[in-house]
Ligand binder design. Structure first.
Ligand code: PLP
Length: 440
């Protein structure tokens, strides 16, 4: 323990004598545990077996909504829960300072980049709020966003802009989904950028249509616009990445975003109530703090009554306040699960199931498929309509057949399916047969 850390712990009253620390505390990172009978995760049936508490009476095509914890994640949560219940003070006290760094390292292995670039949050919503509230936005500047983002993204922008008197511009990224192209999307964003634009806020995969944006190309276009700008006026790219994260075989740190935000309780299969923000240290530095950060630097400044000298950093979000530690600390088990299966294999499998569903839907008379076919402009979400039927009616009729679909919570609300690792090609065929009957 460094002098600084010891001093910090003693002065904040959260240190105990080393000899009094319980044995539970020594077991601070819980390894993912698989059922030994089905531990070869190169086999999709075995991967499905890890979701051993989800009801087998349904075909789950809305798993992106909120995770059913797979076995290794559930067991990690359970081990931490038991240890905390056994001795809340000792176990939490011994692990609270070290644990975020270990989790950051596990996340960074998946995202690329460095552990210190990762902040731990409770959800996509919380990450978006932290980022937009902290951005160095000024009156007269503008946030450019799109007509296709989730309510919580638009609200995070609206609240942050209103606080400082900045304006918000929302643009459509395509004329028709049936003809949308990368060029059209990138061209529309480039055209909408003006000298006032300070932030561009987009969503990697739209949960209202299933459209996937070419984030790298958008980042490059913004990079071009930034060439003529001073550092302090640079346009910042904020990405809500929740529905690509855990699906696509992409390293977040290479995508070109300035701030990448995602919940990890959807496609990553992390504990419910977990999420991350990724940003380079230079970008963390420009965020203003909007939340008391539980760190040596901030507490030290408070105690000594001196101004805080250290710049904002990702870890300060991660350590803010007590929360459901058993969930946060079990997050590495989810990334370990992804690693064992393989990020490229996961992407391939989800795309194959989605292709199967989209090809099938496209052949059914009276069904309109909105989500682009192929992999370039779509990911793991599919939106469609059955002619003459409201989307909630489609969902209700599928549920009668024990197929869990959803509606998209947007003004134009389509029926939505999300084939995932929990599904099989046979389930896709069953679903297509039911939709064909509905549409007949
Ligand atoms: C695109 C998008 N962003 C954000 C959210 C909110 O996510 P969270 O529940 O992690 O806050 C959702 C919800 O599913 C979403 O679809």
């Amino acid at each position: 323990m460094s002098i600084n850390r010891r001093h910090f712990l003693i002065n904040t009253g959260i240190a105990v004598a080393a000899g009094a620390i319980s044995a539970a505390g020594q077991n601070s990172v819980v390894k993912a545990t698989l059922n030994p009978a089905v531990n070869d995760l190169q086999n999709w049936a075995n991967v499905r077996e890890q979701f051993d508490t989800i009801s087998r009476d349904y075909i789950h095509l809305s798993s992106f909504f909120l995770v059913s914890h797979p076995r290794p994640v559930r067991e990690a949560i359970e081990k931490y829960r038991r240890a905390i219940d056994d001795n809340p003070f000792l176990f939490v006290e011994q692990n609270i300072m070290e644990m975020p760094a270990r989790i950051q390292a596990a996340v960074a292995e998946y995202t690329g980049g460095k552990p210190e670039e990762i902040a731990l949050t409770n959800s996509t919503t919380m990450g978006l709020a932290f980022v937009y509230q902290g951005l160095p936005l000024k009156a007269g500047q503008e946030v450019l966003t799109t007509a296709h983002d989730h309510f919580v993204h638009h609200e995070a922008i609206r609240l942050a802009a209103a606080r400082v008197g900045a304006s918000v511009k929302k643009i459509a990224l395509f004329e028709y989904l049936s003809t949308v192209s990368e060029d059209e999307i990138v061209g529309r964003i480039s055209k909408a950028i003006t000298p006032k634009t300070r932030v561009v806020g987009i969503t990697w995969v739209h949960s209202g249509t299933g459209l996937k944006l070419p984030v790298r190309r958008i980042a490059d276009a913004i990079g071009e616009a930034n060439k003529a700008r001073a550092e302090a006026d640079r346009i910042l790219l904020v990405v809500d990445g929740v529905h690509g994260f855990g699906v696509e075989d992409a390293a977040v740190a290479e995508m070109g975003a300035d701030f990448f935000i995602a919940g990890t309780h959807k496609w990553i299969f992390g504990p419910r109530g977990t999420g991350i923000v990724w940003a380079k240290p230079d970008n963390w530095k420009i965020l203003q703090m909007t939340f008391p950060a539980f760190s040596m630097e901030t507490v030290g400044a408070w105690m000594s009554g001196t101004p805080l000298k250290a710049p904002m950093q990702a870890a300060w979000i991660s350590q803010g306040g007590f929360h459901a530690f058993e969930h946060e600390w079990a997050l590495p088990a989810a990334f370990e699960f992804h690693k064992q299966i393989g990020r490229a294999r996961i992407a391939e499998r989800i795309h194959a199931l989605n292709d199967q569903m989209k090809e099938g839907l496209a052949k059914i008379a009276n069904v309109k498929l909105y989500t682009p076919r192929g992999n370039r402009l779509s990911s793991g979400l599919i939106c469609f309509d059955v002619e003459g039927m409201r989307s909630d009616e489609v969902v209700k009729r599928l549920l009668e057949k024990r197929i869990v679909a959803s509606t998209a919570p947007y003004r134009d609300s389509y029926a939505r399916l999300a084939p995932s690792l929990l599904n099989t090609p046979e389930e896709i065929e069953t679903t297509l047969r039911q939709i064909k009957t509905l549409a007949a």
